[in-house]
Design a protein around this ligand. Structure first.
Ligand code: ARG
Length: 566
């Protein structure tokens, strides 16, 4: 039951000139429980209803049909305050969690409709650096969230595996490379070759021609070129799969840019047929002046296709293959312009699915100690970041809980979880600075803090064992501390839907942090296990169990494991 909207409906029956949605929007949660659990600021209605606030409140109070779950309604200082029957609230919330368990908050609202999610989308022969982390973490979270709501998700790693840079890389490899070294040091070695190519090309113009020639060979299907390129691709995928394994991620498709090589011509033909293509300095473009956008480049003057051309083909392919309800691109905001152009061209082509394409943009990630620089070949590999988070966690465990079983397993879940959590702890568009020490702090608003709270709840339940089988007395949960926890649990299903609608996994992160905080307050203030009060204890344990469940589900949705002990 959604109490807030229920209350709004009842208020709407009392005062039909205000819509239920308007009322729901206005209902507040008072900062102090002495002022009720929900409050309607009547003074804000004075203008619309052309009445004095005290009169509005008195009028509403008179006509309001108090339901069983509300224990009392009061007028105070321009507000109408509603007090929830907390025992009822506790019972209905906890029985919902009890019945649905780890599926609490899930739904069938998606009705199996497809959501394609383009995320991570790494580039071949380039390191998986921490800048890719946001796309990977946000995309994975959205995948879980939409799945939980009954959608059918398709995770796509749109590999950056096409372009002249691969010709250059082969040229560099042919000149200075060595098979064993590349086999051994993989992306690092390729990166060095690439950097060297750019340095030497400044002096030696012939290099660029060599690069171009090799790319032409790739395009023409030359056997040697393809086999070297295929090898680079294999090496890269092997490297990144280590990171995906650590994060527990798999993709449904690795159809990257090169996959669309033979799928662009029909799109180009259609652009032509619809009179959308225009020549400009030998290149083919689609003008977007009417939309205050620069033209979208479709073919270069040498006939080569571009990033946008492949994305156009990919969009049609995804629609045809998956018949998506929504097509999401989890890509940094630096590509805003690209996606605006892409969606605009699709619309001009009459693709009605253009409106279902969404650029889920996010901000920059930088490191607290020094920034990332690809050009100089100095990058921070995500795998190293994850491994050092795991290492640090292991030493904390060693110090605080040396007898813990499965130390390695838990250090992995906590270390990796902390990194993912930090990326998903603020609204996605905000730039973030990455600071290992801070995100591993067990006392801050961090992953380890939430995981620790979950483990604490599990340990309490273990300690209680089977000793409390009395029928729960929910009046034991009428205190503010318990009600604060219950309220967050009750809101959880709605938060998942909002997070999906706004493509903001951090809403879930925030909810589990608040829940952990409220639970810890409850835990410190209230005696939970009390042999003198078996019925009250049973109710409190049900609350502990529900908290454990919701934290676990919340963390799972954002891609984080919740160990039962740590
Ligand atoms: N590989 C690109 C990059 O790293 C991201 C690709 C995003 N997806 C897409 N369909 N354009 O910048």
């Amino acid at each position: 039951m959604d109490y807030k909207s229920e209350l709004a409906l009842l208020l709407n029956s009392a005062q039909p000139s205000l819509s239920a949605s308007e009322l729901e929007e206005m209902l507040e949660i008072p900062p102090d429980a002495a002022m009720g659990d929900y409050a309607l600021p009547c003074f804000k209605l004075a203008k619309t209803l052309r009445m004095a606030p005290p009169k509005i409140a008195a009028d509403l109070l008179k006509k309001f049909q108090k339901p069983g779950w509300i224990s009392k309604v009061e007028i105070a200082g321009g507000y109408l305050n509603f007090f929830v029957d907390r025992a009822f609230f506790a019972q209905s919330t906890l029985s919902a969690v009890g019945q649905q368990g780890e599926r609490y908050g899930s739904s069938q609202m998606g009705e199996g409709r497809a959501v394609t999610i383009d995320y991570s989308s790494i580039n071949i022969a380039k390191p998986f650096h921490i800048g890719h982390l946001s796309s990977t973490a946000i995309g994975h979270a959205l995948y879980n969230i939409y799945n939980f709501l009954g959608f059918h998700c398709v995770g796509i790693n749109h590999l950056g595996d096409w372009g002249t840079q691969f010709g250059k890389l082969i040229a560099a490899y042919k000149r200075w490379g060595n098979r064993e070294d590349v086999e051994k040091r993989s992306i690092q070695a390729l990166l060095e070759l690439y950097v060297r190519f750019h340095e030497e090309a400044k002096q030696d113009a012939a290099l660029d021609d060599e690069g171009r020639a090799w790319f032409k060979k790739i395009e023409d299907g030359d056997e040697e070129a393809l086999s070297i390129f295929g090898w680079f691709k294999e090496l890269t995928l092997k490297e990144v799969s280590k990171v995906y394994d650590l994060l527990g991620i798999h993709f449904d498709s690795y159809a990257g840019e090169s996959f669309y090589n033979d799928k662009m011509q029909p799109v180009i033909d259609e652009l032509k047929a619809k009179n959308l293509l225009e020549e400009s300095d030998g290149a083919q473009i689609v003008r977007l002046d009417d939309y205050e956008l620069p033209p979208c480049l479709i073919l270069r003057s040498d006939g080569a296709t571009l990033y946008a051309t492949r994305d156009l083909a990919a969009a049609f392919y995804r629609k045809k293959t998956y018949d998506f309800y929504k097509n999401l691109y989890v890509v940094a905001y630096q590509q805003n312009l690209h996606f605006r152009q892409l969606f605009q061209v699709l619309e001009l082509m009459g693709a009605d699915f253009a409106k279902d394409c969404v650029h889920v943009a996010f901000g920059m990630v930088s490191l607290a100690d020094g920034t990332i620089s690809t050009r100089e070949g100095r990058v921070v590999f995500l795998e190293d970041v994850l491994n050092s988070a795991i290492e640090k966690t292991r030493s904390v465990i060693q110090e605080k809980n040396p007898n813990l079983e499965n130390k390695d397993e838990i250090a992995k879940k906590v270390g990796v979880g902390a990194v993912v959590f930090s990326v998903l702890s603020g609204s996605r568009i905000k730039d973030i600075t990455f600071d290992l020490d801070r995100l591993l702090n067990f006392d801050g608003e961090t992953g380890p803090y939430v995981q620790y709270t979950h483990a604490r709840a599990c340990s309490l339940l273990r300690k209680a064992g089977e000793a409390y089988t009395a029928a729960p007395d929910y009046t034991a949960l009428a205190c503010d501390q318990a009600f604060a926890v219950l309220r967050l649990i009750q809101e959880f299903p709605g938060v998942i839907v909002k997070a999906a609608e706004k493509y903001e996994p951090f809403m879930i992160t925030r909810q589990v942090v608040s829940l952990a905080q409220a639970f810890n307050k409850f835990y410190y203030d209230i005696r939970i296990l009390d042999e003198q009060d078996p019925a009250g204890t049973a109710a409190r344990l049900a609350l502990v169990d529900a908290t454990r469940t919701v934290i676990k589900t919340g963390l799972a949705l954002i891609g984080i494991d919740a160990p039962e002990q740590m």
